[in-house]
Ligand binder design. Structure first.
Ligand SMILES: *Cc1c(COP(=O)(O)O)cnc(C)c1O
Length: 382
């Protein structure tokens, strides 16, 4: 038995981030400034996209994306039932109506055929989520979007390293949004970034993220003198701080090393759990790159002998923290009440939501930690 609880999704924070945060503190420049600009440049370069606008969460970025793409009250946005509530909440915050389409049982991503069935005259947008880091079928989704004149917002919270047929996820639709929340592949504590090829959209996200003001605080108070600003729209307070960017600008430099480390852990799980009565993550097409954000196993009680929640409890008793990504959106009361979502209308997402469990996959894990996870899963199912 381990002495220390293995906390699920712990980020790796190392000396360069610590030094950079201390530097910001010593300079007393905490808010949006040069480090945010540098972090934006580094993410834009990594994602091979001309514009990257930092915000204080992916949720904020998804909300602004809906607004700058002109969604209006009553417009319908099709998304997946197998996602974090934030994807749906952002649609609702923009005044639009979330519509769910079921996922494919193998990819766990939006099934393009199900999307087609949910199109109505009010459909205006698609909001696919690259679940666990696996690329959505973007060609099929973009085809549907072009046939029905829809905009596309990619939720890339799991997908910083994801590529679809050689193209970085988040650069295929109109806008893509990353998350740097503490459990994601790179972190700033809280934070997000909106990616786009469109300079006008980028500028509108930037303005809406800071009250709708015409110039950001950094430009106003920097050493070339005070400048008056106009308020051009009723915006939000969604800007990222230099304190956050100080962490992210160094995390991004190690994103590939950490991906390699997660790949090694992923392959050990595949090799050492494959004889158990579980469903392991499916292989992905060679043309794509998986971001390896979540290693999800499916626990079918009829096959495994125990239900997902029992496995979760047994692992917890062995001091292994796990996650559930996700009970499907129709399982939450507020969505049932407001939108009439019912689990049986999205049977694949519902089943996955009942059976799924995410094993630890952080680059912070030592080989001994990985041994412990494997041993605990084997013991729990013995
Ligand atoms: C984490 C997550 C979000 C929200 O990210 P925040 O940065 O915490 O706002 C949105 N969508 C998905 C799929 C997520 O996993």
């Amino acid at each position: 038995m381990r002495d220390q609880y293995l906390v699920f999704g712990q980020p790796l924070v190392e000396q360069p981030e610590i030094d950079e945060v201390v530097d910001s503190l010593r300079k007393s420049w905490l808010g949006t400034g040069p480090k945010v600009a540098e972090f934006e440049r580094r993410i834009a370069a990594y994602k091979q996209v001309p514009h990257a606008v930092a915000v204080n969460s992916c949720t904020a970025g998804l909300h602004l994306s809906c607004l700058v793409l002109g969604l209006r009250p009553g417009d319908e946005v099709i998304t997946t039932p197998l996602t974090f509530c934030a994807s749906v909440n952002a649609i609702v915050h923009a005044g639009a109506v979330p519509v769910l389409a079921d996922v494919d049982p193998v990819t766990m991503n939006l099934d393009p055929e199900q999307v087609r069935r949910r199109i109505t005259p009010r459909t205006r947008a698609l909001l696919p989520v690259h679940f666990a880091g696996r690329a959505c079928e973007m060609d099929a989704l973009m085809q549907i979007a072009s046939e029905h004149d829809l905009v596309v917002i990619e939720d890339c919270a799991h997908a910083i390293e994801t590529e679809y047929r050689g193209r970085p996820a988040g650069t295929i639709g109109d806008l893509g949004v990353l998350s740097f929340y503490s459990t994601k592949n790179i972190v700033t504590g809280e934070g997000g970034m909106v990616l786009t090829h469109d300079a006008t959209l980028a500028q509108r996200v930037k303005r809406a993220a800071l009250h709708g003001m015409s110039a950001d605080a950094w430009a106003r108070f920097s050493d070339d003198g005070y400048k008056h600003y106009d308020v051009e729209e009723i915006g939000f307070k969604y800007n990222m701080m230099d304190l956050q960017a100080a962490i992210g600008m160094h995390q991004i430099t190690r994103v590939e090393d950490w991906w390699q480390r997660r790949l090694a852990i992923w392959n050990r799980y595949l090799a050492e759990l494959s004889d158990l009565p579980l469903e392991l993550p499916a292989p992905w097409p060679e043309t794509d790159r998986h971001a390896l954000h979540l290693f999800t196993i499916l626990v079918d009680e009829a096959r495994a002998g125990i239900a997902r929640d029992e496995l979760l409890m047994r692992l917890h008793r062995d001091r292994i923290g796990t996650g559930v990504h996700y009970r499907s959106i129709p399982s939450y009361r507020v969505y049932q009440q407001r939108f009439g979502f019912r689990g049986e209308d999205y049977p694949v997402a519902w089943r996955i939501g009942q059976q799924t469990l995410s094993l630890p996959l952080s680059p912070k894990l030592t080989d001994a930690d990985v041994d412990d996870v494997i041993a605990a899963v084997r013991r729990a199912l013995a």
